[in-house]
Design a protein around this ligand. Structure first.
Ligand code: WQD
Length: 333
């Protein structure tokens, strides 16, 4: 079975390709390298021993999408390509809506033209806005998003819902990712943000290796176990495997499905810092700073639906997430 991966050289896309190739799928990749590097393709070959067919370019280029679908027999599409910085999105709403929404409109237009109707869309837990309760389940209210990044994901979810309502021969799966962290255990690929990371785990890794002097913990006065923010960190390889499970279970269906991808467990910032220090025998210098605008106290998933319907369950522990994150940054120093 041939799978088209958009955002192929990005953090989640590249790790998902490893899982797909190791499970015998053929992969066609598309990326414009706006938040990744071309050498990831060589790294994927180094890990799996397989090359993928790759197109460089942007999903806003409809002719390129048409070329890809006319030149390849595609059975399933996984769309990862999007800008994903919450902070950035507040100052660049136009770029975020064009890139994250218009690109998907192009994609489904071309998919319809070639009668390819199986799509996994990478959404985010941010669509739940300020959750009224935790753990969050898929039928909980969405909306009230606090930034254009989260709103762009919400818009696309609604577009795909309307598409399915107009034609229920589509096969659409929305994956709401919680907090993907860590790296492939080989340390060959991992999360390599351009510049100073906005997310906690890569920031911790850069402090641990002396690339940054100090971690600021944004607030310790939340109503949580130790006052710091609680999130559902999920190992990137568990996240990648969920996509393989979804294709296996859903490839011949005509349905509209939504799944949370998390561990079902919350971990606070301080707990993550302490675990990282213990597992990697390093010291993380930090100081308590004011809360970050738009942050919420607690956000973690119920992942029972994906377990029941996709036969998927997370395997990696928080310790392994910290070990693999550190191993990657050390190996790619
Ligand atoms: C986690 C916790 C911070 C940095 C966002 C997006 C989500 C996904 C992951 C794309 C919070 C605290 C962080 C730091 C800190 N992105 N923190 N100091 O905000 O939960 O989720 O990134 O898919 O969609 O919304 O992740 O890693 O930024 O923050 O104290 O330097 O760490 O306050 O409690 P977040 P995060």
């Amino acid at each position: 079975m041939n799978v088209l991966i958009t955002g192929a050289t990005g953090y989640i896309g590249s790790h998902t390709i490893v899982s797909l190739l190791e499970n015998g799928y053929e992969v066609i990749g598309l990326d414009n390298f706006s938040n990744s590097k071309g050498n990831v393709l060589d790294k994927l070959e180094k890990i799996t021993g397989k090359k993928i067919k790759f197109y460089q370019g942007n999903m806003l280029n409809e002719d390129l999408l048409d070329k890809i679908f006319s030149e390849n027999k595609i059975d399933f599409v996984i769309d990862f390509a999007a800008y994903k910085s919450v902070g950035d999105s507040v100052s660049k709403p136009i770029e975020y809506y064009i890139n994250n929404v218009s690109s998907v409109l192009n994609l489904i237009k071309v998919m319809k033209k070639y009668n390819i109707k199986s799509l996994i869309f990478s959404s985010s837990a941010t669509v739940y806005g300020m959750p009224s309760k935790v753990p969050i389940i898929e039928t909980d209210k969405v909306g009230g998003t606090t930034n254009p990044y989260g709103t762009s994901k919400l818009f696309v979810e609604k577009i795909l819902d309307d598409l399915y309502k107009s034609d229920n021969t589509w096969n659409i799966c929305l994956f709401r990712y919680f907090n993907p962290v860590g790296a492939h255990p080989s340390g060959i690929i991992g999360e390599m943000p351009n510049g100073v990371p906005a997310n906690l785990m890569p920031y911790i890794s850069m402090v641990a290796t002396g690339k940054l002097p100090l971690l600021q913990i944004f607030g310790n006065d939340y109503d949580t176990i130790d006052g710091t923010g609680v999130r559902d960190y999920i190992h990137i390889m568990d996240l990648a495997d969920a996509h393989v499970c979804a294709i296996e279970k859903l490839h011949n269906k005509q349905e509209f499905n939504i799944y949370n991808l998390g561990t079902g467990k919350g971990t606070s910032v301080l707990e993550l810092v302490k675990t990282y220090e213990k597992v990697n025998k390093v010291k993380i210098n930090y100081k308590i700073a004011p809360r970050r605008t738009g942050d919420i106290a607690s956000c973690y998933a119920s992942a029972k639906k994906a377990e029941k319907e996709l036969g998927w369950k997370t395997k990696y522990t928080i310790e392994e997430m910290c070990k693999d994150a550190h191993n990657f940054i050390v190996k790619n120093d």
